[in-house]
Every structure is written in C-alpha cells, then in structure tokens.
Ligand binder design. Structure first.
Ligand SMILES: *Cc1c(COP(=O)(O)O)cnc(C)c1O
Length: 452
C-alpha cells in the first residue's frame, strides 16, 4: 500500500504556503483542511490511483482555503436560453435596480423613518404606492418570497378554518413547495373540490360551510393539463365568493405585469387582471417575470392586507432593505413604460430573432472548430409558462472527439463558468440569455473548452 508514502500532517503544515495560511487563519481549521486533503489522497489510493506528493497535497490545502474565501454565488454566464432559470438565480436585475440596492447597502436610509414627521415609518409605504398604481389594488405587502407570502396570507386568514381549492390546483410548485403542505402549516384545512381535470363553480359553492375562510386559486405555473378540462374563471369564483361573504385568494405565480401574448406566448395571468376580477388577495413572485429581486408580493383589498400586516409572521418573513430598494426601482420601469428596454428578462424575451441570429453568427466567426448557427427554441422557465418556448437561433458546436459532456464540464469549470445545453452530442449556446458584455468571456471559454 502507498498509504505509508503519504506525508504527515506536520510536514504538510511545514510547507511554506500552508504555514503562511496557518499564520493568517485559524490554525485548527488549517489542520482540519490538511486532514481532509489526506483523506482524499487515501481515497484516491484505495481506488487504485497514485499517491499525491507533498506539493500536490499542499496545493490542495491552499485550494480549499481559496474555495472557502471566494465570494459566492459566483457570476455564471447563462447560455441555456432559459430566461428565468431558478438554479441560476432567476431574474438578473436592471441597472437602476442594482444601483438602488447599492445605494441602500452603502449607507443609512429612511427605511422605517418618516422624514416629514421624524417618526417611525413603514418600509412598505413607498412600494405600496407603486404597486397600487401599477395593479389597481387598494393595498399591498411585500415579503421574502411568494412561498412566504402564501404562508402569511393563509396563516392570517385561514388558521383553524377551511380553504376550498380545486383538485387540479392542489399542486406542487417545485422545490418542496406544495399547496396542501403550506395550507397545513398555516393551520388551515384544505377542502379539495372537483376532479383533477374538471372543476365547476358549483363545486366551490357546494363546499362552503360556516367555517370556510376563503377560496384559493393557484395558477398551474409549471405544468399543463390538456384535453377534457374545465376550470373556473376568477370572475365567476368571485361572484360565488361575494355571495358567500368570503374572499378569493389568487396565487398567480410568475407576476407578469406585461401581457405575455404580445411576445407570442400563451397568456399568463397578470396581477392587475386578478385585482380587476375582484380577487381579495393576489400573490406573486418578484424574481420571475416581474424581473426584480427575490420577493413575494401580495396586493388586494385593504382590510385583508391589513390582517396580513398585523400577523406575527409578517415580521418573520419581511422583505429586506436591499430587495425592497431594487424591487421599487424595477417597478418604476413599468410606470415609465420602459420595462421592455430596461428590465433584462423582458429585454431577453423581446429580442428579435434576427438579432439572436446575428449574435450567434458573430460568435461562430470567432471560433475555429466545426459549428453551425441553427434555429432553436428558448424556454421562459422558472415556473412560468409551462412548455412555452420562443423561437431562437443558437450556436451549435460539434464537439468532435472531446464529446459534448466533456465540453460542458470544461465550460462549467471556466472562470466565469458557462452553462449551456446539449442536443444530440452537440453543445448549444443560446444568445438570448447571454448579457452583451459577456460575449468576450463566453468566446474565450468556448475556445478553451473545444481545444483538443
Ligand atoms: C414560483 C411559484 C411559487 C413560489 O414562489 P417563490 O417566489 O419561489 O417562493 C408559488 N406559486 C406559484 C404558482 C409559483 O409559480
């Protein structure tokens, strides 16, 4: 066995670089990292590999230190074409939104100070005036994310009571977010009505008891039921709800404030429509089609929003000042009518096909390996518009003997990492989601990845 050839912990600690690190960081921690590196070396040996030498082990320790100190999450180039990619951090922010959160981060702010009176103010006030202006609602509250908005809403309105949900909408949104679980957590009881494919307005009506707190409508944002289906329009549901004296709560999911059909996609329910249809509360995310930071937004009737704001959970899930600042700046783009130009997700969605083709072609001219510019589709993604894609043009790279998986791995290991997709042993790079300033680094990464 080569185990005996491995250097001792002390001798690795005596290496110049490791010794310097042990001086500047906690020595115990560096000793732990030396042990981890030695454990890894033993594993390599067990699997029949060569015993790493002193120099390699010291390097591995320094690498572990560097990995810990590196700023995370790292900047990644998204060449997948998926505009709202949950694993890649969803919506990139507009310049104004970034500037706003920088401002809020740099110094103190009037986050909860009313400058006119010098008294305590509300962090929600400014956001509320923007949200009401845009959606037509009476009131709003913004929290950590849409999942917490739902939890807050149901806890405040439905604890100890029943909430009527269509069977087709008692769904899992992804990442462990299931409507029945959130409802149970809030202390409410789910009363599911209708069937998986068809629910009628009378199903809701029949389910109402003196203990019913609300009707809950959930947008099926990540799947689609096709064929023999029926669901209830918000307006019809509101009619029954009003007659029964209960509110309709509507989770619209992606929070698209622009009409998606204008961009050749299916219509995604908008918060303003839902408000107009009479929903009591409308829930949506800040970092999906709204194009802002992670946030959960609730707009709706003032008496209901007030109950949410007074609930103890409101404090536990409140929005932080950086997100608040960038969310406000993002909403201002809608008020100015400049969302398509200024908000990255809308700029990406609205990029003309011709521009995408031009860009893919210019990438191709900077490459020496065999490749083609081909028609493809980009997905909107991120729990919105299931199966909806936009026509796109991609650079399709023939990876030859290196193989597509290996090229993808090399792209991910690049600095900055590049994430692309594979189709039939070719690597596809979609310009739609690559920011203009990323062209240079993307090409450098690609050239290095395809090198034999
Ligand atoms: C994405 C989504 C959620 C969860 O929103 P987060 O902001 O990720 O917490 C809830 N409901 C629907 C319908 C969604 O699409």
């Amino acid at each position: 066995m080569q185990f005996r050839n491995l250097p001792s912990v002390d001798s690795i600690l005596a290496d110049n670089d490791v010794a310097a690190a042990a001086q500047s960081f906690d020595r115990e921690w560096v000793v732990d990292l030396v042990r981890e590196s030695l454990d890894e070396a033993r594993n390599i040996i067990r699997q029949g590999g060569d015993s790493p030498g002193m120099e390699e082990l010291a390097k591995s320790v320094c690498q572990r230190i560097e990995d810990t100190m590196r700023a995370e999450p790292r900047h990644v180039i998204n060449a997948t074409g998926v505009v709202i990619h949950t694993n890649l951090g969803r919506a990139p922010l507009s310049k104004a939104a970034i500037e706003a959160s920088n401002q809020a981060a740099q110094g103190y702010s009037n986050l909860e100070l009313d400058l006119a009176t010098g008294r305590r103010g509300s962090r929600q006030a400014h956001l509320q005036s923007l949200l009401c202006q845009i959606t037509g609602a009476e009131a709003s509250i913004a929290v950590n994310n849409n999942a917490s908005a739902m939890l807050l809403g149901l806890s405040a309105l439905a604890a100890g009571k029943e909430v009527v949900v269509s069977r087709s909408e008692a769904v899992e949104i992804g990442g462990g977010f299931r409507v029945p679980d959130v409802l149970r957590q809030s202390g409410g009881t789910l009363v599911d009505v209708g069937t998986t494919n068809r629910t009628y307005v009378r199903d809701y009506d029949d389910a109402v008891t003196e203990n019913t707190a609300a009707f809950l409508k959930v947008h099926a944002s990540n799947f689609r039921v096709e064929g023999f289906t029926a669901s209830v329009e918000t307006t019809d549901l509101v009619e029954v709800a009003e007659r029964r004296g209960i509110p309709v709560l509507h989770d619209v999911g992606s929070g698209s404030l622009l009409p998606t059909e204008k961009y050749g996609m299916l219509h995604e329910p908008t918060p303003q429509e839902s408000v107009k249809d009479g929903a009591g509360l409308v829930f949506f995310s800040g970092d999906k089609l709204l194009g802002g930071p992670q946030a959960g937004i609730v707009v709706g009737k003032k008496d209901l929003v007030d109950r949410l704001a007074r609930h103890p959970l409101a404090r536990a899930v409140r929005i932080d000042k950086l997100s608040l600042a960038s969310l406000s700046a993002t909403l201002v783009h809608y008020l100015r009518g400049e969302a398509e130009q200024e908000i990255p997700v809308w700029r990406m969605i609205s990029t003309p096909e011709g521009d995408l083709k031009k860009r893919a072609t210019s990438w191709q001219s900077g490459l020496e390996c065999p490749s083609a510019v081909t028609e493809s589709r980009s997905a909107v993604g991120g729990g919105s518009l299931p199966g909806e894609t936009l026509p796109s043009w991609v650079l399709s790279v023939d990876c030859q003997s290196t193989g597509a998986e290996e090229v993808m791995r090399r792209l991910r290991e690049n600095n900055p990492p590049v994430v692309a997709r594979i189709d039939e042993d070719r690597v596809l790079l979609d310009p739609r989601t690559v920011l203009p300033e990323e062209d240079g680094p993307l090409l450098d990464a690609l050239r290095a990845a395809v090198a034999q």
